[in-house]
Design a protein around this ligand. Structure first.
Ligand SMILES: CC(=O)CC(=O)SCCNC(=O)CCNC(=O)[C@H](O)C(C)(C)COP(=O)(O)OP(=O)(O)OC[C@H]1O[C@@H](n2cnc3c(N)ncnc32)[C@H](O)[C@@H]1OP(=O)(O)O
Ligand SMILES: NC(=O)C1=CN([C@@H]2O[C@H](COP(=O)(O)OP(=O)(O)OC[C@H]3O[C@@H](n4cnc5c(N)ncnc54)[C@H](OP(=O)(O)O)[C@@H]3O)[C@@H](O)[C@H]2O)C=CC1
Length: 291
């Protein structure tokens, strides 16, 4: 199937990045969220990120304008029914994702491929609640989407070959690299990355190091581009906790127990960069550690 139009549900940090790269690659994009404010913020951010790419000579001004011209927004989920490919990128909560697919189903044309950008949730289970489990896949982009090369492709138990091949072609058109992962909790990247982040929070919780010393240790001692706590803030602490809970519940192993300090930050609403406060406070000129 030749995919030309893409519907994206959720205009948060992942939804806007996904819209950005699809528009730049020539797809027509329809972006949906529940508030006009979220849609306006997303388009503003895409514009600024495209401008940054122009300033760095990565794309031309004409390409920036053309990409922006390919992005439309809507508050009506039903409008996405006529697109060739839907990418769900809403909050990492299974009930939210299930409700989105249920609401979308009556409006979908029969050939539309359904995907979720979930970081951890079972693709087989999400697919089983739709009318087309064979046309359903995990389509997992990395943050920040315009920069990161990898896309994880996760087949549910029922996903058919034409669907998998169609998504491989899309990844190629985006100029990214696909890695196939089996459908088990948190797939590959987060199965490995998130326990490391959770361990960094335990290291802080147990007083082994401060926010600054933990991040510096991994940046300077292991050459990571960001320290694990800085990265957790960048991903969103709510998303990190949700992924740890999926690992803990799905694999029933205490080694995936979310750190109580991570839970406390989420309960406080200190979700990282997106709320201006997490392991760092971002409200001033430079980020200041909160512990
Ligand atoms: C949770 C999940 O389910 C899965 C995940 O995504 S896990 C998270 C995976 N992501 C990571 O691990 C990111 C780790 N961090 C990094 O790689 C880097 O710190 C970073 C790329 C984010 C920033 O790099 P940096 O060197 O500190 O910043 P900077 O020099 O400003 O930017 C580097 C490049 O990224 C671009 N960039 C940075 N942030 C960007 C954004 N939000 N949107 C678009 N472009 C961006 C810059 O324009 C720059 O581009 P060029 O190299 O083409 O000039
Ligand atoms: N953050 C990351 O590094 C990565 C995240 N992911 C995954 O991508 C998905 C999105 O994450 P991220 O972008 O970080 O999250 P954000 O919190 O930044 O964005 C989620 C967006 O979805 C919106 N939303 C919630 N419910 C609905 C709905 N019913 N219909 C439409 N929009 C809705 C939210 O609106 P509101 O704010 O009003 O609730 C918000 O704008 C998650 O599944 C996450 O696990 C995947 C890779 C990396």
């Amino acid at each position: 199937m030749d995919i030309k139009t893409v519907g994206i549900v959720g205009a948060g940090q992942m939804g806007n990045g996904i819209a950005h790269v699809f528009a730049l690659a020539g797809f027509d994009v329809l972006l949906n969220d529940i508030t006009q404010g979220a849609l306006d913020n997303a388009v503003g951010l895409i514009d600024r990120n495209l401008e940054r790419q122009v300033a760095r000579g990565k794309i031309t001004e004409d390409e920036r304008k053309a990409a922006l011209g390919r992005i439309r927004t809507t508050l009506k989920l039903a409008d996405l029914g006529q697109t060739d490919l839907v990418i769900e990128a809403a909050t990492e909560r299974e009930t939210v994702k299930q409700a989105i697919f249920e609401d979308l189903l009556p409006h979908l044309k029969p050939t539309t491929i359904l995907t979720s950008n979930t970081s951890s949730i079972s693709i087989t289970r999400l697919a089983s609640r739709t009318d087309r489990p064979e046309k359903f896949m995990g389509f997992h982009f990395m943050n920040p989407v315009p920069v990161m090369q990898l896309v994880e492709l996760i087949r549910g138990i029922a996903t058919d070959d034409p669907t998998y091949k169609a998504l491989l072609k899309v990844v190629e058109k985006l100029g990214k690299t696909a890695a196939s992962a089996e459908d088990f909790p948190a797939f590959i990247v987060n199965r490995i990355l998130m326990p490391m982040i959770n361990e960094a929070v335990y290291t802080l919780y147990e007083g082994v190091g401060s926010v600054k010393s933990i991040d510096e240790s991994l940046k300077l001692g292991a050459n990571h581009p960001m320290g694990p706590l800085e990265l957790a803030d960048f991903i969103g602490l709510d998303t990190c906790l949700a992924i740890m809970n999926v690992l803990h519940d799905g694999l029933a192993d205490t080694k995936y127990r979310p750190c109580p300090l991570l839970t406390k930050y989420v309960e406080a609403g200190w979700l990282g960069r997106k709320t201006q406060r997490g392991f760092y406070d971002y409200r001033g000129e430079v980020p200041v550690p909160t512990r």
